[in-house]
Design a protein around this ligand. Structure first.
Ligand code: 5GP
Ligand code: MN
Length: 343
């Protein structure tokens, strides 16, 4: 059906979630590059927000519109499309700045995503699979079934192949988490097709600004609380973000670091952002990051990697009480979790 819908469309647009990560950017670019190079379509990748500098290389050579700098152009592009391909989110509210335009779009909407509980009623066709590393992995499987690719990764445009490898690399934390048999098969086929993985690693993991490392050092040495329940918690307020001149996306990965400690099973990082706190949650197997984010942070995500928000003053009266709040709810959550395990 997707193949037929592509045939029947001329103007095709991709959209992904707000503050795009490598998987969102990679899947968007892979679709746009494939549709342009192999199908001759007018394909554009529309993003709710600009990408972090370390991911910029993914969009090189792709037609893009970023809604934070060109809101009208983004809206117009979506409105004038025949087909919308939605990537790496399970509900339209995750597109934030694009939500209104995506919801009011009257044409066909296709979803390709790997999160739990997709709102299937919001889309006309859904490809949803949680037992994959990334949206890029699921998309790769879909692209291989296309009549002009016929299971041959080397038939993919080079830019699509690089984008897919990049997205699966970031979503697996460089092949540390969520690695399935299909993940390594895909990586192997893309390598054989000529993707330069060293160059991708250089862009993603070896192109940071020095102040990001300084911020990481301060977070680990001064902000991190290790709680007796096996929980690590760090709160980064506006003053911290300003002192290190951190840009959006530059705290990516901070939340994973405390899980390197033997007894830590849950890591929570809260970052102040225009009057509320964005929360990232990571856990080791047996503890559900998703349940914590869903029950306490108005969010969700994957079993071991989730996110949400803390609102001021409805959740917590003031920013200086966020840390105590996280300590309280995670202690409760871990106790309930432990008693559930015993039953
Ligand atoms: P991160 O901590 O990297 O921002 O987010 C990790 C994962 O949590 C994302 O891939 C996404 O699945 C989920 N997530 C992050 N923020 C939210 C949110 O506000 N709502 C929901 N439902 N999921 C989120
Ligand atoms: Mn993803």
């Amino acid at each position: 059906m997707l193949n037929r819908w592509i045939d029947e469309s001329t103007v095709i647009t991709t959209v992904c979630h707000a503050r795009p990560d490598g998987d969102a950017a990679g899947s968007s670019v892979a679709v746009a590059a494939y549709l342009t190079a192999c199908r001759g379509k007018d394909a554009v990748a529309v993003f709710p927000d600009t990408l972090p500098a370390t991911l910029d290389f993914i969009t090189d050579g792709t037609d893009t519109v970023f809604a934070d700098s060109e809101p009208e152009a983004a809206k117009k592009r979506i409105e004038s499309s025949d087909l919308l391909i939605c990537l790496d989110f399970n509900t339209m509210s995750r597109t934030e700045a694009l939500e209104e335009a995506v919801r009011s779009f009257s044409g066909r909407k296709v979803l390709v995503d790997h999160h739990e509980d997709p709102r299937t009623e919001e889309f006309d066709l859904c490809f949803s699979e949680t037992a994959v590393s990334s949206t890029c992995e699921l998309l790769y499987e879909i692209l291989l079934t296309m009549p002009d690719i016929r299971s041959d990764a080397s038939a993919l445009p080079k830019q699509a192949a690089v984008a897919l490898m990049s997205g699966m690399t970031t979503d697996t934390n460089n092949f540390a988490n969520s690695v399935h048999p299909g993940t390594l098969k895909m990586a192997s086929e893309l390598l054989a097709a000529g993707v330069d993985r060293d160059a991708i690693i250089d862009h993603i993991y070896c192109s940071e600004r020095p102040n990001r490392l300084a911020a990481q050092g301060e977070m680990l040495s001064r902000r991190l609380r290790l709680l007796p329940e096996g929980v690590a918690c760090a709160v980064l307020d506006d003053a911290f973000m300003e002192r290190h001149a951190l840009r959006d996306g530059e705290t990516e990965g901070f939340v994973n670091m405390p899980l390197a400690i033997r007894d830590i099973r849950l890591s929570v990082l809260a970052r102040e952002d225009k009057g509320f706190f964005r929360v990232s949650v990571r856990s080791k197997r047996g503890v559900s990051a998703r349940a914590l984010a869903r029950d306490f942070f108005h969010g969700g995500g994957h079993e071991q990697a989730s996110g949400g928000r803390i609102f001021i003053p409805s959740d917590v009266p003031s920013p200086d009480q966020v840390e105590a709040y996280i300590e309280r709810i995670t202690a409760r959550f871990m106790h309930e979790n432990a008693s559930a395990e015993k039953q």
